[in-house]
Design a protein around this ligand. Sequence first.
Ligand code: FAD
Length: 685
Amino acid sequence: MVKPGTRFRSLVPPCPSQKNNSSGSSSLLFFPLGEHAALSCPALPVLCFLPPWLTPVVFLKACELEQKIGLETSAGRNCPLGGAERAPASPAKSPGIRDKLLLGRRTEDLADAETPTAILFSFCSAEEVRTFFQRNKDQYLALIFEKSDSFVGREVALDMLQYENVAVRRVLSSEEELVEKFGVTTFPSGYLLLRNGSFSRLPVHMEARSFYTYYLRTLSGITRGSYKLNATADASNETNASQPKRADRSKVYMADLESTLHYSLRVEAARAATLSGAQLAAFKCYVATLVKYFPGRPCVQTYLQNLDSWLRNWTEPELPRSALKEAMKNNRDASHPAVLPTNVTWVGCQGSEPHFRGYPCGLWTIFHLLTIQAAQSGPDKELPLEVLSTMRCYVRHFFGCQECAQHFEAMAAESMDRVAGREEAVLWLWSHHNEVNARLAGGDTEDPNFPKLQWPPPDMCPQCHREERGVHAWDQPAVLTFLKAHFSPANIYLDYAEADPVPVAREGTGSRLGTEGPRVEREKEEEEEEKETEGEMRAPGRPGSPEPRRPSIVRLNPKLREAGEDIVDLDSFSEQHFKSQALRAAAGRRRRLSKRDTIALDRAAGVGREHRLAPAVLVREEEEEAGEGMRRSPWLRVLGLGFSRLDISLCVALYFLSSMCLLGMYTFFRLRTRARKGRPGFPMA
Ligand SMILES: Cc1cc2nc3c(=O)[nH]c(=O)nc-3n(C[C@H](O)[C@H](O)[C@H](O)COP(=O)(O)OP(=O)(O)OC[C@H]3O[C@@H](n4cnc5c(N)ncnc54)[C@H](O)[C@@H]3O)c2cc1C
């Protein structure tokens, strides 16, 4: 449970300015190996040609010298601004050797100016800005104007490294030409340049890292590298059957909620041939909670009430699917029609491709909605776990993604029981959903158009976010207020929902319930019902598709799995992005971007849930393989030099050759001297 005052952990190493004993080099842990090795010590190639006994001395001297040169260069020769603007090097903020080599230099002065390392540890000049779009294909250039002791620019650059079409550069406050050109008056402040030369200030609520990063990531055309590849690979054989719908993410859509209910009740829960024991109890509990708290249209509420009473009357230990199916049919002819639409239409939960989002998104939305409704309709301390326990039971017994269910169960087992009030339950679900978001962010199954953010993002709820000495923190009372408004019946919209079979009654559900979709023929509906509940279960959001829907699971970050319950990792995105970039760089082309780590949610009816771990394991293995270079042998880690295996092998080979060469020369001269000594002298004349 998120307790008041919980600190939200940042996985990106804290700014050196906030650390007391930082070496400042920890952020380099995840650098791509190539750069890492190259930066470890520039003397490496020289060392390879030295005989072993000279190595340590020369190595240390060379590194020392290089370090000095780096600093002197940045202080004077290359930097027209002089030493004044050099990045600080106080002992508390002292950067590591690699940082020192670059810190404070202009990006353009560096031979490897376009590498992440160069970008992060240097600053941008007017000339670089002028020629940027000629040299780069990016659509946007974000400039973070800041003072030399600020780290915001570097942090934002770091956060955005894996994103394409946008570049981030820091500009120092002393770069007069640029400061004047952009009319910068506050530091830090961010500006966005476009290819056509126009620019504007980043419209953020707060001049802080998370606000900049969030804004940049949501710009149109910004993609994460891997997704571009994914999309290209998929483009040829994927067709999105459903029409894209206009959705506003600040709204909740009835079409999503009803589609989710239909799928969960008639497909997911009715998958087993019979329901009994805990499974039957979980189902009854789910329906009863829906009746109590789901703010549905009257026909849907009647439907749920009828089903609930029918279930209450069912006293047999086993409930066969055929009986349940019959009980779950719509009844349009009754004086109070009981109808739960059978068409599946995703609006707010629509993915950019059919295999993204959809049902799991709808399920989260339903349960958030239920926790909020429960919090607003009873004494706070009364049955605080009512909705959360229902969700836990539903997920455990019915949710088609078994691995997801296991993760959720683990989270629930750890802290759900400690929830003592209904509002706390709302926040528990919110924070744990964010934990899941953090774990899945950057994974292959994340919809590129809907990146997994810590929710609500700053533009949806600026007052929910705070920065305390550069570290992100949530304002929980503000979050609660926001959640209550977002998941309120007044914010549920009827766009694309099936026409209400009882139009008169619609008035009761509020003015938001306005627009309507075409009414589905009853026969067609019944046909669909049959299709949905029998035989092969089809994908929601993909009508007629022969393929089962495959919502997917992303492998877990074990580090995050270990994380305590109270921690919400806002910055885990950056960490994950950065790490995955390092892994990609190390693995080169080997990485298969994929649906390989996806598992099928839906399986043949009656079989229940299936759990395919193999693909996830494969990916994990692949990831381990990719990260091999990072897991160096202990003595190398102790040295902390960042040599790759290739470096070491080359060195060993060259050491061996040079030693052999020396030995050969020694033997040759020795033999020659001996031969000379032994040879009789020329007879004297
Ligand atoms: C219980 C459960 C466990 C899951 N576990 C896994 C798993 O282990 N691995 C896996 O690959 N997938 C898992 N999923 C699926 C995954 O969480 C997403 O639902 C899915 O990837 C679709 O993501 P989405 O982008 O639509 O957003 P979702 O995460 O599904 O969110 C849906 C909507 O809820 C809102 N929202 C987002 N975050 C919050 C929040 N913190 N609080 C309140 N509202 C929020 C947003 O409006 C968002 O559009 C799980 C789903 C559920 C329901």
